[in-house]
Design a protein around this ligand. Structure first.
Ligand SMILES: [Zn+2]
Length: 146
């Protein structure tokens, strides 16, 4: 009787262990998710501090952090890229003041200067060049595969 009692206890214990382990696992997964959520939150705060710091020091000649210069340069690149995109969409950049006008604009909406599509032709040439380069690269890759 004693033996069966003990056996019963062992079986119940084992059963408990398994379900305990399962709930521990889901508990761990949930906790891991909570950790990740908070890590993401902290990252956002870091980014926010970084933005605020950048705004305060973006005009510094010799910024304390090299990253300030890198961000400055990259933002400028983004502006230039956006102008290129606008131009490719058929818009015109004013040769006098740099304002981007609609593609059918004859005169600049800001300064009134005559708007000629100054880099439309350059760009389409560049595009053709890019396409050629791309084709060459694709050919090279094909060769490598063989
Ligand atoms: Zn203008």
């Amino acid at each position: 009787m004693d033996f069966f009692n003990k056996l019963g206890d062992v079986i119940t214990e084992t059963g408990k262990d398994v379900s305990q382990k399962v709930s521990d696992l889901t508990g761990i997964a949930r906790l891991n998710m909570d950790v990740r959520k908070r890590e993401d939150f902290v990252k956002k705060q870091y980014t926010e501090i970084g933005k605020q710091y950048y705004e305060l020091h973006k005009e510094d000649e010799e910024p304390f952090f090299e990253e300030i210069k890198l961000i400055r340069e990259t933002l400028q690149e983004i502006d230039e890229l956006k102008i290129q995109i606008a131009d490719l969409k058929g818009k015109k950049k004013c040769p006098a003041c740099g304002t981007v006008n609609e593609g059918d604009a004859v005169y600049c909406t800001k300064c009134g200067a005559k708007c000629e599509s100054i880099f439309q032709e350059e760009d389409s040439e560049e595009q053709v060049e890019d396409q050629k380069e791309e084709e060459i690269i694709i050919e090279e890759i094909k060769e490598d595969i063989k």
